[in-house]
Write a protein of this length. Sequence first.
Length: 371
Amino acid sequence: MRLLPLLTAALVCAALYIVVMERAWLVSILPERAEAAEAAPVEEPEAAPTVPQGTGAVAVVALRSQEQDVESGIVLRGRTEAARRLDVKAETTGQIVSQRLRKGQSVEEGDVLCRLDPATREATVAQARAALLEAQANETAAAQLAERGLAAENTAISRRAQLEAATSALEQAEREVERLTITAPFSGILENDTAELGQLMQPGTTCATILDLSEIRLVGFASERDIGRIRTGAMAGGRLISGEEVVGEVAFVGRSADPLTRTFRVEVSIPNPDGTLRDGSTAEILIALDGVRAHLLPQTALTLDDAGTLGVRLVVEDAARFAPVEVIRDGADGVWVAGLPAEADVIVVGQEFVSDGRAVTATYRTEGATQ
């Protein structure tokens, strides 16, 4: 069993010896294959493409672009807010004696929301009226006596002061009675139920919360870079998370930044006469800016210089020149950029292979900008 591996190893060694050491003899006994091998052409490696060196002109493709009017805008993320939201509070103490109104109910200006138990307040009013009548009689008598010289002048002055105090006391008592009835200061919708029957109210206790949805505000926050471009009265629109789109105008542009985010509040006024828009919904706000002049270029035309500045390369007198640009907006047709001359030859193919001042041979394309 051990003889077979040894024999195999000996044959392999013999074959290697013939191939390596006796190659000439091996070729001589195989003339046909040798001639075919010698007749086969020797393939030389293909020369690698060379990049133009020195000062030779580089072939590029350029686009003749003309400046156009383009509308621009700013997109903000925000939410909807009711035009007015108010917690109607009690101004005096007392128990609720009116029936509760349910949330979601519409109320008109002047409608009764809560009514408090008058207790002894009406009696206080009657007492104040009686005191006023007495003070008026005393003041009249004292004035007549003072005119005849039968009473001191200071007595008449004292009676007049008592009359004014009685008048003031009656007004306060009547005002206290008026505070017993809490009414809606404006038309709107109840955000929650009014105070329950029998509930004890104290000054400052909430009777009801009213939302005025006749107008909705889209509230967003603009960055320090963008806030200077937004103007009051500019056209604006919004897209709610439900997909509904609304149109209005900018009603407020903040002057003080939020101390944490360094952003400025912007409000867009949206008419909502039927009350379909709700308070607190997420919204995407688009604010129109003043129209600008810009070029529509392929996105691939944009490049960076050695300092990292965004721009494009132009063909100027058969040489490449870098020009910084500002991106206005981008879309499916290309990117709108500002900062170039009214007419410019923009390199759209080969701009990455030329440096500033390099001579170029431009081939111009006529089709529109594409990505």
